[in-house]
Design a protein around this ligand. Structure first.
Ligand SMILES: [Mn+2]
Length: 321
């Protein structure tokens, strides 16, 4: 359905709950905070409920503290799920979703989105869900404040890797320009994202870079982070969203990967591409998904075994292309 239909459907409701996927990232946090603030400027009562807390690297975003993580019944007649390919990925927030009393809306840019919900707008051409939230604001005739513009610009920047990924379209850059005109501080956001890293994070990164490996004649570059390393550096895995960008930074690498060993025996895998290899398809081989240039998957098992299996399969794909 069109964005104006979604905007009209959302506008009918007075009490609205917003959520997104587990393991939050910059676009999901930005689109939730941005949409909440935009709807509030129309007089709506809005709450945000997520399964997982906001990583500290996003604590510069105004209003991040309002994202609740205590799963309890909600007085809302509409649940808006943003930046989330399927309803399962909202995790335990499903316990607060009551289909008998709540409608469901889905606003997203994942190509793998299942189209769930009574109201669904999925645009895989959009760089980020923040780009779509910007368009919702336009549909609702909301003039963005400097704070709202900063929040949305932050999501645009994180999902495009600072306007570097092939998902950065002329429309993305026009929206970015309009956000800066509305008062968003691009240099300040860039500093918060890329030049405020804690020393323990940089030291851990040094270790991961020392362990960088290449396969498929250099087309695949990958790293792994273990529970032991996380403990030794007192580092929270939820803060590692940007690490994989160092793997794809390798010369000749078409795919960069990061294996993350979780405490629960699941290995999370992040995929990045320079745009010529579709990592949504590669992640799909392991039950995951995402976008052409950025995707993820999760596999239960021992780190070394998962690494071996996944690297062999991906290297084979790359040798054949
Ligand atoms: Mn996104």
């Amino acid at each position: 359905m069109s964005l104006s239909d979604i905007a009209a459907a959302v506008a009918k409701h007075r009490r609205i709950l917003i959520t997104s996927h587990t393991n939050p990232d910059g676009d999901n946090i930005g689109s939730q905070l941005g949409l909440a603030s935009i709807l509030e400027s129309l007089g709506k009562r809005v709450a945000i409920l997520d399964q997982d807390p906001v990583p500290s690297r996003y604590h510069y975003l105004p209003g991040w503290e309002r994202i609740a993580t205590e799963i309890k019944p909600q007085a809302a007649s509409l649940l808006v799920v943003v930046d989330c390919a399927n309803i399962e990925r909202i995790g335990r927030v499903n316990e607060a979703f009551t289909p008998a009393t709540m409608e469901l809306a889905n606003i997203d840019h994942h190509i793998s989105n299942t189209g769930f919900g009574q109201y669904s707008h999925v645009d895989p051409q959009a760089s980020s869900t923040c780009e779509l939230v910007y368009r919702v604001a336009q549909q609702l005739n909301v003039k963005l404040s400097a704070e709202q513009a900063t929040i949305l610009l932050s999501g645009l920047m994180t999902d495009t890797g600072g306007f570097r990924y092939s998902s950065t379209s002329p429309a993305t850059l026009r929206i970015a320009a309009q956000l800066v005109e509305a008062g968003a501080e691009l240099a300040w956001v860039a500093e918060q994202l890329y030049m405020q890293q804690p020393a323990n994070q940089l030291r851990l990164m040094g270790e991961l870079l020392t362990g960088l490996k290449v396969e498929a004649g250099g087309k695949l570059a990958w790293m792994a982070v273990t529970q032991e390393q996380l403990k030794r550096h007192s580092f929270n895995l939820a803060e590692s969203e940007e690490f994989v960008s160092y793997a794809i930074a390798a010369r000749d690498a078409e795919v960069g990967m990061l294996f993350k060993e979780q405490a629960d025996g699941v290995i999370r895998i992040s995929f990045r591409s320079k745009g010529r290899v579709d990592v949504n398809r590669l992640a799909g081989m392991f039950g995951g998904g995402g976008h052409v240039s950025a995707a993820g998957a999760r596999i239960k098992g021992k780190l070394e075994e998962v690494e071996q299996q996944v690297i062999a399969a991906v290297a084979k794909e790359l040798v054949n292309t």
